[in-house]
Design a protein around this ligand. Structure first.
Ligand code: TK8
Length: 339
């Protein structure tokens, strides 16, 4: 190799070290990242995607641009996941529950009453078990970056207040496209039907379904209170969102670009959880003010529902594998011990 060439390589390497984006400084076209999500811009999801987009643009000095596309304009969770796998879309955020058809291990997060509070959820999701489940996506063409909070799910419907288990009989209830949810609510006696979130408002409005379950934040931001009268506080499962990237696309990024995305994802996670919790704290009062009739279950009824719901645990354990099931249980127990 000529001295000249060797010097050139050294100089380029040095430049790359001091100025990570100098390598493609002449590249006038920024890298465009289409980031899809299901809720609207005014939701906790929309706000956090916006923060992520701003962070990426800032940290890359404008070399990377995120185009945030909400309200399922790029498709439902399931459709976007396929677009990511195929490389037609770069990023998305959606429920872990809608990923179960692709990565069965994700069903561990659908375990009813797995977490008692957000601290337990954060510790386990951000710890080794959360990472292990997230890493499973890679073999399917997706890269998981971080978990966000969707939140504890609660039941709404338009037929009658649900005070006891039997009140669910005959309620046509929309569930996510996920077998654990389908089984759980069938077990409770509801007529459960899987539907993408993007079709939910209309389905409620036209009375194609009577009810649904989602966190307070979503019931508020998606204006479900306009088409749902009754809300029952069930907190039946903690639902995470997960930020994912097309692996096909990710593999073509430089390490610096990957770092920009990863750092922004972590910032967005911390922001999103804080924002979601602050909103959730006020949302129930707001839903009441909007005219929803809210009830809590008596401890006896809550227990009956709980024991019915946890009947799906055995099938979750079989589906995700006993090792992962035990690991998750142990991780939760450790966070409880650490209190
Ligand atoms: C948004 C969904 C939503 C979820 C659902 O795309 O489908 O009910 O709770 O957050 O992922």
């Amino acid at each position: 190799m000529s001295i000249f060439r060797r010097t050139l390589i050294a100089a380029t390497a040095a430049a790359a070290l001091t100025a990570p984006f100098a390598a493609f400084a002449q590249d006038i076209k920024p890298r465009l990242i289409r980031f899809g999500y299901g809720l609207n811009e005014q939701s906790n999801q929309g706000r956090a995607v916006k923060l992520f987009a701003d962070e990426v643009e800032k940290a890359s000095g404008g070399k990377m641009k995120v185009r945030a596309i909400g309200a399922a304009a790029l498709g439902s969770d399931v459709q976007m996941q396929q677009a990511l796998i195929g490389g037609a879309q770069e990023m998305m955020v959606g429920s872990t529950a809608t990923l179960v058809g692709i990565t069965k291990e994700m069903a561990i997060w659908d375990t009813p009453f797995l977490f008692n509070n957000t601290k337990e959820a954060d510790t386990v999701l951000d710890g080794p078990t959360g990472q292990k489940v997230m890493d499973k996506l890679q073999e399917k063409g997706l890269v998981g970056l971080v978990y966000w909070e969707n939140g504890f799910r609660n039941l709404t419907n338009n037929k009658q207040p649900v005070n006891k288990l039997e009140d669910l009989n005959g309620i046509k209830l929309r569930v996510m496209q996920n077998n654990v949810f389908l089984e759980s609510f069938k077990t409770l006696g509801a007529n459960a039907v899987p539907l993408p979130f993007s079709e939910l408002f209309t389905a409620l409005e036209t009375k194609t379904v009577d009810g649904q379950e989602n966190p307070y934040n979503t019931i508020l931001s998606s204006k479900f209170y306009e088409v749902q009268k009754y809300l029952t506080v069930t907190n039946h499962v903690y639902s995470p969102w997960i930020v994912t990237v097309s692996k096909k696309w990710w593999d073509g990024l430089s390490n610096d670009e990957k770092k920009v995305l990863m750092d922004a994802a972590r910032k967005s996670r911390d922001f999103e959880r804080q924002d979601t919790r602050a909103e959730a704290g006020k949302a129930l009062g707001e839903l009441k003010a909007k005219g929803m009739q809210i009830n809590e279950l008596s401890p006896a009824e809550a227990n009956r529902m709980r024991s019915q719901l946890t009947r799906v645990n055995a099938s979750i354990a079989t589906n995700v594998g006993m090792d992962l099931w035990n690991e998750a249980q142990a991780a939760v127990s450790r966070t409880r011990g650490a209190k």
